[in-house]
Design a binder for this molecule. Structure first.
Ligand SMILES: [Ca+2]
Length: 182
């Protein structure tokens, strides 16, 4: 009888703990809202990122750290192209937005996106003094239940890209977009 009581207590505690975790996660998502949550993306060895089985969708060269050498920014999806060049989309796939700088790489965005696509833009702050010009790499995630824009810029002092969400839709049901599909 005592053993059964212990088992019941264990099951109860598991249910309580699981419930707490879920409410914490929900709380975190709600908190994100539209405020910028800055995070630092540090370099990883380029060879640690394997894109062989991915499809490159776009690339752009940009001197993000103002050392007079341009680096490549590339966007990949895990969905593969067939012989006709058409992409075989699954319901969701991994996406990767990465800045390559020789032996170093900065994976700005690396995540699974359900029923949607990722896009990126590059912008500059327009300051005439070239030594102070800052490039922003902006990632757009467009899915049926979310539209978000995250911006990243290189911070020499911190030794990496500082990124944060600048817009995260409060709406959760997107019925139309004019953004072309890949
Ligand atoms: Ca550079």
């Amino acid at each position: 009888m005592r053993r059964i009581s212990y088992i019941l207590l264990f099951v109860f505690l598991c249910m309580v703990l699981n419930g707490c975790q879920k409410s914490e996660q929900t709380g975190m998502l709600l908190q994100l809202g539209n405020k910028v949550e800055n995070s630092l993306i540090e370099a990883v060895p380029s060879e640690s990122i394997d894109t062989k089985s991915m499809t490159k969708l776009d690339k752009f060269s940009c001197d993000y750290d103002l050392d007079n050498n341009e680096e490549k920014i590339e966007l990949y999806t895990a969905a593969r192209r067939n012989e006709k060049g058409e992409i075989g989309w699954n319901d969701g796939q991994n996406w990767l937005l990465v800045v390559w700088d020789g032996q170093k790489a900065y994976p700005l965005l690396s995540e699974y996106v359900q029923l949607g696509s990722v896009y990126f833009t590059v912008s500059k702050n327009g300051i005439e003094d070239a030594s102070k010009e800052i490039s922003h790499i902006n990632a757009i995630i467009n899915i049926g239940t979310k539209f978000s824009v995250t911006t990243y810029s290189f911070n020499k002092d911190k030794g990496g890209f500082v990124g944060g969400i600048v817009y995260n839709s409060k709406d959760t049901n997107f019925v139309h977009t004019s953004i072309p599909d890949y």
